[in-house]
Design a binder for this molecule. Structure first.
Ligand code: HEC
Length: 204
């Protein structure tokens, strides 16, 4: 008899708990039904590689890996590293280690990207939903499905940066590609990476 009583009590508690949760969820979705945001600022700042434009390098810029081999065109690698620092590092990490590891180096209250405001429900007009985890893109085991510079360029142009795919110029996408494949120790025989040689430049 006593056992049965506790069971019913537990059941009642769970039931009322779920009802409360449901109510909370409903009211949250009602309160989040705000007018559509009007962007006052672009999701993408102008490229730091544009001449006549100076962008203050972010504090982590010096940790972004320097070119690794002598197998590439140095000027292209330089554009690649700067563009990578400006547009890719924020999500993929200062060493391309992926968001999971990258955010452990931030202040604890900044680590939950969907709760601090920028990528959550009540994000500002120039925020955006970012629920997926950004994978590692440099280092051992990264890019399991992309083998050639051509495949990397094609993917980047179609899909990155995540919030504004295709927003960069081909020159910038090729430069980022060169910078990335150099980090994997690939070889472009000192040439610029582009449509003519990209299929033959492999990262493994
Ligand atoms: C706003 C965050 C964000 C930014 C900025 C961003 N990415 Fe990504 N990236 C992601 C997410 C999320 C994924 C996973 C996408 C998926 O699984 O569909 C991803 C996937 C990738 C992949 C595929 C990895 C794999 O294992 O196949 C590459 C390569 C990549 N990003 C490179 C870049 C480069 C280069 C830039 C800069 C031009 C960039 N990303 C900017 C969030 C970002």
């Amino acid at each position: 008899m006593k056992r049965l009583g506790t069971r019913w009590m537990k059941f009642g508690l769970i039931l009322s708990g779920s009802l409360l949760l449901l109510l909370a969820m409903m009211s949250a979705s009602i309160s989040s039904a705000q007018p559509a945001p009007t962007a006052t600022r672009s999701l993408l700042s102008p490229p730091a590689t544009r001449t006549n434009l100076t962008i203050v390098p972010p504090p982590f810029a010096y940790r972004v890996p320097l070119p690794k081999t002598d197998n590439f065109d140095i000027a292209q690698l330089d554009i690649g590293r700067r563009t990578f620092t400006q547009y890719c590092v924020t999500c993929h990490g200062d060493k391309g280690q992926g968001l999971e590891q990258w955010r452990t180096t931030w202040a604890p209250e900044r680590q939950n990207c969907t709760q601090v405001g920028c990528h959550g429900r009540n994000r500002p007009p120039d925020g955006f939903t970012m629920l997926t985890v950004a994978p590692p893109i440099l280092g051992e085991g990264a890019l399991p499905n992309l083998t050639s510079a051509f495949a990397i360029f094609t993917y980047l142009k179609a899909s990155m940066p995540y919030q504004a795919p295709g927003a960069l110029s081909d020159r910038e996408y090729w430069a980022i590609t060169a910078y990335m494949v150099d980090q994997f120790g690939a070889d472009a025989k000192g040439k610029e990476v582009g449509p003519k040689n990209a299929a033959d430049i492999l990262i493994r």
